[in-house]
Design a protein around this ligand. Sequence first.
Ligand SMILES: C[S@@+](CC[C@H](N)C(=O)[O-])C[C@H]1O[C@@H](n2cnc3c(N)ncnc32)[C@H](O)[C@@H]1O
Length: 250
Amino acid sequence: VTRSVFDPVAQRYDASRPDYPAGLYDAIDRLAGPLRGATVVEVGAGTGKATRALLDRGARVLPVDVGAGMLAQLRAGSPTAPAVQADGTALPVGTGAVDLVAAAQAFHWLPLDRSLPEAIRVLRPGGALALWWNISEADHEPWMRRQSDRFREPPSGYPGQDWSGGSGGFEEPLRATGQVGRVEQVDVRWEWRLPIERYLGYVGSKSAVVRLGAEADAFLVEQRRELAEAFPDGTVVEPFRCSLTVAWPR
Ligand SMILES: C[S@@+](CC[C@H](N)C(=O)[O-])C[C@H]1O[C@@H](n2cnc3c(N)ncnc32)[C@H](O)[C@@H]1O
């Protein structure tokens, strides 16, 4: 594979998806060891949303992604990061070379039976995996229910893992491989606040909405009206849970 389904929307992806909360990186620091000075390979780095935060925290990061369009966007935002177009199942990194393998909103895209042994191969003894996902907790909100009803994803939407953010985090799929020992699961709750117009850009970047084609505009008009009712001051507040799984090889 040498491209990403996200390549055609890389710029919109970068501009409109939420970042990860500071508390997430604090938790990684606390559990996996200090990011400052750590050597990190980041799998499925995409446009570099997490890469930028890891670099800001003083890590030496090698971002890896299959998508040329996503990486072009990453390089524009982080010109000094040595980004490599490669598959997470064949990392361009020596055995035992890194302190941390990180993946933000990405590890479920990879076939775990090959991506996990590969991640373990590149870790130094004592090194850890840190995998995380932003998961919306707005499902019970009326303005979100309309979106979820309309876009309920088919259960096996992902090529790798059939996992969509269960409350136990990624611990269970990892444990099932028999290749990890200690696992720590942390939820960092946070609120995303942004103007309605920017939020509509985010809704418009969801693959389910893109797939509506010509109908997307009508849907977004409907959403704008609902959001204006729910958030009269013009700022959308969406609650999120950032689900972090830190694991050490057996
Ligand atoms: C949802 S995006 C997340 C991007 C970024 N980490 C972020 O937090 O915004 C998932 C990324 O995983 C990448 N990806 C999917 N399969 C991959 C594989 N086998 N090896 C490396 N990257 C892969 C995609 O190209 C995409 O950029």
